[in-house]
Design a protein around this ligand. Structure first.
Ligand code: COA
Length: 257
């Protein structure tokens, strides 16, 4: 189906793997991504997920244009909804998701990267929302998530022009968190994932929910929920171990039973 899931301890790596098509996403591969993320969501042994592209040229070069070219408006609505379902599943996954952007992240590829919590890029990464050049607006969340991340002015520039930007510009505008040499990207991404995975899993997951609320909810709702989830952490094994380890000057162990 062109979507592979590998486990490295408590880190899962999801790879869209059709390099000869630059990992462009048709319905089958979108379904594969949805199924993969749905399974990871309920997997208590997974504490962090990495999304990347197979081969060395592309993260995801967008929605499959050969499939879209044949679509009716009704078919396109279903395709947009499936893209939204995948992006929302990534965004709302209990565990953090890191995009390891190893090449082209165009259109739907950029949009799925935007749904991830953290974006790390190779020096070879290229980003764009080129849809208007195909005569359509972005359809998998780009118009909503890009302005939130980089501001509405820059989002308008990128979406209206469709222009490509390199990793350096993506870093400058806050579209990615960091840029690494291409041959170090996976190793550096794995190091970030392992650092996340070593922390208290319930605390990390609560933090992810709360960061989501910072953008979605009004601040008072977010602050009220923050206080509640902060309090909920107290009295748990995770909190006892984390604080005891600090006081005993040792590293905490949040290992699975
Ligand atoms: N949908 C369908 N097929 C795609 C694709 C996409 N989004 N992106 C790349 N491919 C396919 C190409 O058709 C080609 O297939 P082929 O070998 O059977 O002809 C293969 O992937 C390799 O791409 P190619 O265009 O030959 O590589 P390139 O190095 O010349 O150009 C890109 C690379 C990424 C600049 C170019 O493929 C491109 O512009 N892709 C479309 C990007 C886009 O508009 N995405 C947004 C869609 S909403």
């Amino acid at each position: 189906m062109g979507v592979e899931v590998e486990r490295h301890g408590s880190v899962a790596v999801v790879t869209v793997d059709q390099p000869e098509k630059l990992n462009a996403l048709n319905t089958e591969r979108l379904d594969g991504l949805y199924t993969a993320f749905r399974a990871l969501d309920t997997d208590a042994e997974v504490r962090c997920v990495i999304l990347t592209g197979g081969g060395d040229r592309a993260f995801i070069a967008g929605a499959d244009i050969s499939q879209m070219a044949m679509m009716t408006s009704d078919g396109a609505l279903a395709f947009a909804r499936l893209g939204h379902a995948v992006a929302t599943k990534i965004e709302s996954l209990r565990q953090p998701v890191i995009a390891a952007v190893n090449g082209f992240a165009l259109g739907g590829g950029c949009e799925l990267a935007l749904a991830c919590d953290i974006r790390l890029a190779s020096e070879k990464a290229v980003f764009a929302q080129p849809e208007v050049g195909l005569g359509i607006p972005p359809g998998w969340g780009g118009t909503q998530r890009l302005p939130r991340l980089v501001g509405s002015g820059l989002a308008a520039d990128l979406i209206f022009s469709g222009r490509r930007i390199d990793a350096v510009e993506a870093l400058r505008i806050g579209l990615v968190n960091a840029v690494f040499p291409a041959d170090e990207l996976m190793e550096r991404t794995m190091a970030v994932a392992r650092q996340i995975a070593a922390n208290g899993p319930a605390a990390v997951q609560a933090s992810k929910r709360l960061i989501g609320m910072a953008l979605a909810a009004n601040p008072s709702t977010g602050l009220a929920t923050e206080a509640r989830l902060f309090a909920d952490g107290f009295g748990t094994d995770e909190q006892r171990e984390g604080m005891a380890a600090f006081l005993e000057k040792r590293k905490p162990s949040f290992a699975l039973d």
